[in-house]
Ligand binder design. Structure first.
Ligand SMILES: NC(=O)c1ccc[n+]([C@@H]2O[C@H](COP(=O)([O-])OP(=O)(O)OC[C@H]3O[C@@H](n4cnc5c(N)ncnc54)[C@H](OP(=O)(O)O)[C@@H]3O)[C@@H](O)[C@H]2O)c1
Length: 272
């Protein structure tokens, strides 16, 4: 009887710890296994997330190699992956997005991360947006009971190696649902990037415009380019101290608590 009781207690403990793991491990469905998917998936898996790849052809050889590089990951169809994910990371090209985003099934309450930049090439060879609002707002309209968060990821080479340029690259995030934005900010922080809150989802269009500008030096055939790094701003606290209109959004309902927001000492000589 005593042995039986001990066995029951041991089973209950095991079940408790399994539940604890299940409750604390966030499942990220990475939809699309291209340049972004095959950088983000391994980084997420190495940093505490459970990854499920969603692919049109999950059995192919390149996906076997990707699974070997992604601890604990599995691969399945795009729809099945999305159904299993707590967070669904849409890493497909914009022209495929409408079909993909509407074929994933019921996504109620899930976080959808939109990494895309919708663009077309203008006659003069520069890029311009191919939508009148933003990819994220369209995805939100197609899945109106999910929480879409725009993320302006840096290039995949910086996701593979965030410290490649000697400083931590940033990822701008925009969204209307604060707690979802905070979960995404945590995810970005976990993979070695600095999240920066760009405000509500409608600001996704500005993030996408920055993506188009980012390409200009490359389109011009230059060897220079720009990356975005977050730093403690030497002047914003002084401007805020001066009053004016600034700080009006400090209590905005979409404003996220970001990991790693420190407070550097400020010495103001000017308050405008
Ligand atoms: N690459 C970057 O550095 C970068 C940086 C910032 C933002 N982005 C954005 O991230 C998104 C993904 O970029 P990427 O460079 O990873 O693109 P990509 O290399 O072309 O790969 C995207 C993946 O999406 C899936 N896919 C492609 N066509 C599809 C279709 N018609 N229907 C369903 N699935 C399809 C494929 O995965 P399966 O074959 O497994 O189905 C493909 O490997 C884009 O929207 C891009 O603008 C990319």
């Amino acid at each position: 009887m005593r042995v039986f009781r001990l066995l029951v207690i041991a089973l209950l403990c095991l079940n408790g710890s399994l539940n604890a793991v299940a409750q604390t491990t966030t499942i990220v469905a990475v939809i699309g296994t291209g340049d972004m998917g095959d950088s983000l998936g391994p980084q997420l898996a190495r940093n505490g997330y459970q990854v499920i790849y969603g692919s049109r052809d999950p059995g192919r050889e390149s996906i076997k190699q990707l699974l070997a590089a992604t601890p604990g990951a599995t691969a399945t169809s795009q729809r099945r992956a999305a159904q299993q994910g707590d967070i669904v990371l849409l890493a497909v090209p914009w022209p495929a997005m409408e079909t993909v985003a509407q074929s994933l099934g019921q996504l109620q309450g899930k976080i959808l991360i939109d990494a895309s930049i919708p663009y077309k090439m203008a006659k003069d060879g520069y890029l311009e947006s191919s939508v009148s609002s933003s990819s994220s707002e369209l995805i939100q309209a197609w899945n109106n009971d999910s929480h879409v968060i725009k993320v302006g990821f840096p290039g995949s080479f910086l996701i593979d190696n965030p410290q490649l340029m000697g400083a931590t690259p940033s990822a701008l995030i925009a969204g209307d649902h604060r707690t979802s934005k905070e979960r995404v900010a945590k995810l970005i922080d976990a993979i070695g990037l600095t999240p920066l809150d760009a405000g509500p989802l409608r600001n996704a269009r500005h993030i996408e415009s920055m993506g188009l500008l980012y390409m200009v030096p490359l389109l011009q055939g230059r060897q220079q380019g720009w990356e975005f790094f977050v730093h403690e701003h030497p002047h914003w606290p002084c401007t805020l101290a001066g009053g004016h209109l600034y700080g009006a959004n400090a209590a905005s309902p979409d404003k996220a608590d970001l990991p790693g927001n420190g407070k550097a000492p400020v010495h103001c000589t000017k308050t405008r």
